[in-house]
Ligand binder design. Sequence first.
Ligand code: F6R
Length: 615
Amino acid sequence: MCGIVAYIGSSNALPVLLDGLRRLEYRGYDSAGVALLQSGRIDVRKAVGRIANLAEEIEKNPVSGQIGISHTRWATHGAVTRENAHPHSDRSGRLHLVHNGVIENYQTLREQLIERGHEFHSQTDTEVLAHLVGEAFEQSATQDKGSLVEAVRSALRQVIGTYGISVVHADVPGVIVGARRGSPLVLGIGKDEHFLASDVSAIVAHTRDVVYLNDYEIVALQAEGFEISTVSGGGAGFQISRVEFDASSVDKGKYPHYMLKEIHEQPNTVRDAMRGRLSLEEATAKLGGLNMTNSELRAVDRIVLAGCGTAFHSAMTGEYIIESLSHIPVECEFASEFRYRNIPLQRDTLAFVISQSGETADTLAALRESQRKGHRTLGICNNVASTIARESDGGVYMHAGPEIGVAATKSFTSQLTIFTLLGLLLGRIRHLSHSEGRDMIAQMEKLPDLVARTIELESQVAAIAKKYAQAKNFLFMGRQAHYPIALEGALKLKEISYISASGYPSAELKHGVIALITEDTPSLFIAPRDAVFEKNISNIEEVKARKGPVIAIGTEGDTALKKICDDVILIPDAPHYLSPILSVIPLQLLAYYIAVELGCDVDKPRNLAKSVTVE
Ligand code: F6R
């Protein structure tokens, strides 16, 4: 949520900043701004809306410099206006600051600053921080790098909340100061140039050597070096990491949208989620990152899965998959509710938090709450350098590569693949026989091909999308593990096409939802050939009897659905623990093509941002 890019070196900072902001636009796109330092003065340009608007503004009113900070905003405090766009400055107008996060005590601090004669020009919490740093700097005896770092430290000690910040001051021209608490910040190391960004994707085109800052760390960047210290005043060690992916992984390639690219990546991403984790010899899955012995895993008598949004839907699907394979009771919790609900967790409960970004504030809070209660808490994350990945007691990486489209797709199927691996591992420790384990592995090895075959249904799904794109309301129905897939299909449609959509267990229809059925309300049934196929058919008949149009997702070779449904999409046959990975793909494509048909901005839906780092 919100993106920061900063540059200091000998090149023109502007293209680095604008290119970085474009790559971070998925984190927020309400407004954007830059502050560039040259010849002892700082020039600021801001625009409401996308980075393209900022670029246009700069074209009309050029700026340049070799030191600069920049920001793309997802509004929290204050409306989407030019005044509220970052960077914000202090009362001297010589200090500029960009911020990602929320300053919770900003009202109190603002009132105190006003009493001390400060004037504010925005409704943001960030401006308070700029004034606090500026005031501390004014009061320092010297005007050098050390005093700017000290001023940032003094301001941060007064704030309650989360921040990833980047600060420049015209009086200290060779330095950018950054700091983080709760909002990610990564330092990029180049040759006589350094970068700061909320996410490596913004800087990977320039350097792959990075340092992921920890909470409460402050970094002072210069062209030729950097120093890291802590908010409390001590020094801090650091580790240089090499980014595994290159700039092409964060490009759209031949696809018009990231979402479509990421849907198409799924044969590879499910393969990567399994890579090196299946042992035919032992007929089980190997998940070394869990950091648990088989006897510790054997003692687990309950599992809790927590996540938000799509990750919560994957947890719900995981509940079916893990319970059926391991016979261990599984419960799902919205991560956003977890810490407030105070659920009783028994001693041998194993908790997992699921997060693509590894930065979702609610999910991080769930992790910390579970750990505070003394529970081993594991993470299922995609972003290897994320806070959740670093703070959890172990876990499983998705290895899905960067997911940029705001609507999660490939991370969802990677999460389901990991739940199947977990089910296999836990099941083999308990009741699954060696030959059952080997059968499962044989089935899982076919998964990438089955996913690829499902994606080949694209043109058929696109035609169906065109037919139903004008519907004002959509219903999604499924049973058992396909019920959360119905929820996920509805979420995908809502978030990128703004069509009202909801998901239900098919049988719940007659308990109320059926009142919504009209000739203009399409119902999508996920009805593969499984133990509840006939039950789904009865529910479809109930809709057809009321003249509701029905789209069905069935299994290849099925003929029954075609007789009663308006449109049928047939996916490859797969065992129950893999079938949801396939059935969600037509729903991702359907949402995508409906949004395209309606002219919506697929990768940047309104009001949304990827990586929700505020509560
Ligand atoms: C929906 C979507 C969101 C995220 C949710 C959690 O398409 O992307 O619902 O799934 O914000 O994000 P992560 O997985 O990063 O914790």
